[in-house]
Design a protein around this ligand. Structure first.
Ligand code: SF4
Length: 281
């Protein structure tokens, strides 16, 4: 049975989600930050983490942005095959939600229309929109505003199959090492392994929207997530890049089948402001 959902409803949700995601983080990220304060051994690192925690509390109480960089709006839509979208163009509706959210919420408008000419669009549109068709009659909306301090430090490696698991580990560590303080640590590290050039980047981005404490269902991947978190935290970059134990709060890895001749690895780094809001309509 077909269920009708108006694109205006999606717009409304996205508008509110832009404001919500920019002023409060999920309970997983809040708990992660609280845990990081306890685990950090460097006094300076602990001080940075305490300030980040305080900043997060103030942003939530006063409904103001957690960071001045309110990000580029990345929107994942999972649309049930039984859904009939009515009331207009879906992409326009998503952008209308972003436009209103960033305007009504007084959020910084960070998007330029052309990557070289660099004229600000003035309303933080367009969003980056990813659409997936899934079974069912619901629409799941995930909004993840992405800051570019950490986005700029993300990397793709087109490894050869012979590079194997050790090559993957070195790729992840080299991306984080190179990111250093520029990614506003403590970070969350999203990794995509497999697929093609663009698919591994997409699954790395999706990995950032997973719960901080979640583990891959594939046992070797779950082991790799744990090992990488330990190794990243041994790099000593620390909170704010000022040295310490907590360089990353989590490593989430997604995988996908790939070609016999390749081993793509994407490392999408997010700062401690790993924002995402989720709605199911
Ligand atoms: S990378 Fe994150 S913490 Fe750093 S400026 Fe951008 S949004 Fe803010």
């Amino acid at each position: 049975m077909v269920r009708e959902i108006s694109v205006h409803q999606i717009s409304e949700h996205i508008c509110r989600m832009c404001i919500e995601a920019n002023s409060s983080l999920g309970s997983d990220m809040r708990a992660g930050l609280a845990r990081a304060v306890k685990e950090e051994v460097s006094p300076l690192g602990r001080k940075v983490l305490e300030q980040l925690k305080k900043n997060l509390e103030i942003a939530g109480q006063e409904q103001i942005p957690i960071c001045q960089d309110t990000g580029m709006a990345v929107v994942f839509l999972e649309i049930g095959q039984e859904v009939h979208l009515i009331g207009g163009d879906l992409t326009d509706a998503v952008n209308e939600g972003v436009r209103r959210g960033y305007t009504d919420g007084y959020l910084r408008k960070s998007i330029v229309r052309d990557p070289i000419l660099r004229e600000n669009t003035g309303d933080n549109t367009p969003a980056v929109l990813h659409i997936k068709l899934v079974p069912g009659d619901q629409v799941k909306v995930i909004l993840a505003p992405k800051g570019f301090g950490s986005e700029n430090m993300s990397r793709i490696f087109m490894l050869k199959p012979a590079d194997g698991l050790n090559g993957v580990k070195e790729a992840i560590l080299s991306a984080v090492r190179e990111a250093g303080p520029n990614a506003c640590p403590p970070m969350v590290v999203g990794v995509g392994i497999g697929g093609t050039f663009e698919k591994c980047a997409l699954i790395a981005k999706e990995a950032l929207t997973r719960e901080l404490d979640s583990s891959s269902e594939i046992s070797w991947v779950a082991d790799l997530e744990r090992e990488m978190l330990i190794k990243i935290n041994e790099l000593g970059i620390g909170p704010g890049g000022l040295g310490g134990r907590v360089t990353a709060m989590g490593v989430n890895i997604n995988t996908y089948p790939t070609h016999i001749a390749g081993l793509p690895v994407a490392v999408n780094i997010c700062c401690h402001v790993n924002r995402h809001a989720v709605r199911v309509i």
